[in-house]
Design a protein around this ligand. Structure first.
Ligand code: NAD
Length: 284
């Protein structure tokens, strides 16, 4: 029998803690604020931005939306970010990705002050994640670690195999698992004998972006499987990177899609915004 890891339940528990910390801060005259920039009309981005705004509302934080037209230039976004960098009521700033092709996404991310970079995408914060001495944790990986801890799943000494080496999921997940004393292997599109490696995983993380990529023969009996993938199928339904139906029975714990890793990402973003507001209090 396996346990289905309930991302909504873990998320609700973390948000409850965030809400009570926000109420305490408010008593001291500080309301954490998140500024969200969205460029263009990508429907998926709109859903993500709405979830972030809803999360702010739910936990008592302010959210400020800057919806910019598709034709906005890199320079215009940067000048908005520079303004927000200096605004006291804004503790966190993020630009929803992906941005339209004509915009230099790297320049945009680098313009956000590292002190307000609650997505932890700025090179300064990526570097801090690498050294293990970070202020803001990368949201999706931090959400996964939080879930493992909530279910008392041991990490230390375990072999964690991560499929995917992106800057927002695979690489930072490797760093967080190392910090938690796991032995880490990162696999990617050029990895040879992938199946032989994934079968060694005590904790298997799938961040590939290909529906049902992880099949039962790739998973060790009793492994913990975390599915990061969000793939939209032709019938409109969401599907993860793991063939849940056939894999679940082999695992001890597994995250579903939807309702697994997804809900945790926004929650950890809210947590980073709270952290930024608390740091402001210390600075004052
Ligand atoms: P990405 O496209 O940047 O990276 C995909 C990775 O998969 C690459 O490193 C690539 O090397 C690897 N890969 C591709 N084909 C492979 C193969 N055949 N064998 C082994 N590795 C292979 O994607 P990403 O941004 O890391 O996102 C991955 C998935 O997670 C997507 O479905 C994305 O939508 C989802 N995602 C979910 C959340 C969340 O909150 N749940 C957050 C971010 C991303």
């Amino acid at each position: 029998m396996y346990t289905r890891i309930d991302g909504k339940e873990v998320s609700a528990a973390v948000r409850e803690r965030i809400s009570s910390e926000v109420s305490e801060l408010k008593k001291q005259g500080i309301t954490p604020g998140l500024a969200v920039i969205i460029v263009g009309n990508d429907p998926a981005s709109r859903v993500y931005v709405n979830n972030k705004k809803k999360g702010c509302e739910q936990t008592g934080m302010n959210s400020f939306e800057y919806a910019l037209p598709e034709e906005t230039t890199t320079e215009e976004i940067i000048s908005l970010i520079e303004k927000l960098n200096n605004e006291n009521g804004v503790d966190g700033i993020l630009c929803q990705l992906p941005v339209p092709k004509h915009i230099d996404g790297e320049k945009v991310l680098n313009a956000i002050s590292p002190e307000k970079d609650v997505d932890a995408f700025h090179p300064v914060n990526c570097g801090k994640v690498m050294t293990g001495d970070y202020i803001f944790s990368p949201c999706t990986p931090a959400g996964m670690v939080e879930m493992l801890k909530y279910y008392n799943i041991p990490i230390s000494g375990k072999h964690c195999v991560i499929i995917g080496r992106s800057n927002i999921v695979g690489k930072p997940m490797a760093m967080l698992m190392l910090k938690n004393n796991a032995t880490v292997t990162v696999c990617h599109s050029k990895t040879e004998n992938l199946c032989e490696i994934t079968k060694q995983a005590d904790i298997l993380v799938a961040a590939v972006g290909k529906p049902k990529f992880v099949t039962a023969d790739m998973v060790k009996e009793g492994a913990v499987v975390l599915d990061v993938g969000i793939n939209r199928m032709e019938n409109g339904k969401l599907c993860g990177d793991v063939d849940f139906e056939n894999v679940a029975g082999k695992t001890s714990y597994i995250t579903p899609v939807p309702g697994g890793v997804g809900p945790m990402t926004v929650t950890m973003l809210l947590n980073n915004t709270l952290t930024a507001a608390k740091r402001k209090k210390i600075d004052n």
